[in-house]
Every structure is written in structure tokens, then in C-alpha cells.
Design a protein around this ligand. Structure first.
Ligand SMILES: [Zn+2]
Length: 112
């Protein structure tokens, strides 16, 4: 199936051919077409949906329980988060980087 952005898109205001470009927003690369005449801009619907899904996920706060496992403590990362990241990057590393970011705050960094 061909992508809509593979086609020539004309600006609805000026009828001029829109230019393909990629914009970056919070680490997301969004495929975009832009009219150089009136600055009308359209973000690829798939990329826009992904970005909105991310914004919604970002708003959420999860209550997870601290469990004692062996000699360490473990928390469960909600599947919703992992699923979202796997959709973005396909293959996620099982090893994550954990560090104390601030007092009372841990930071978890995923790798691909
Ligand atoms: Zn235009």
C-alpha cells in the first residue's frame, strides 16, 4: 500500500505543491508537508496519532507496588508503557539503565 505522503499534496489555500519535511517534537520525528507560501502545515496522520498516544501516556500516573525479590526490590512497569515503546522501536533491549536522578527520584533508561 502506498503512503499518502508519497503523493503530491497541494495546499488547500494556495493550490501550490507542499514540501515534504520532518519536524522533531519531544524526540519524535513527525513527517510533515508544508506550504512555503502560506505556511499551512499537515502532519502525517499516523505520526500525529503516535505523538498523541505518547502525550496521553505521559499524562498518566501509575501506582506500582515495591516488592522484595531475592536481595533486591522490584517494581512492575505497566505493560502499556512497554507496549508503546516496542511499537516505536520494534526491538527493545532487556537491560535497562537505572540511576538515582534526584533525592526520591529514580530514572530508568531503555536501550534499543
Ligand atoms: Zn498555502
Amino acid at each position: 500500500m502506498s503512503d499518502i505522503f508519497d503523493n503530491i499534496i497541494l495546499c488547500k489555500n494556495c493550490g501550490k505543491k507542499m514540501k515534504l519535511l520532518t519536524i522533531e517534537k519531544n524526540g519524535f520525528h513527525l513527517r510533515t508537508v508544508k506550504c512555503e507560501n502560506c505556511r499551512n502545515q499537515i502532519i502525517h496522520p499516523e505520526d500525529l496519532k503516535e505523538y498523541e498516544d505518547f502525550q496521553n501516556l505521559k499524562k498518566k500516573s501509575f501506582q506500582v507496588k515495591l516488592r522484595y525479590v531475592g536481595n533486591s526490590y522490584a517494581v512492575s512497569i505497566p505493560r502499556e508503557i512497554i507496549d508503546f515503546m516496542n511499537e516505536q522501536e520494534k526491538q527493545m533491549d532487556e537491560m535497562v539503565n537505572l540511576c538515582m536522578e534526584d533525592f526520591g527520584r529514580l530514572s530508568l533508561n531503555f536501550k534499543w
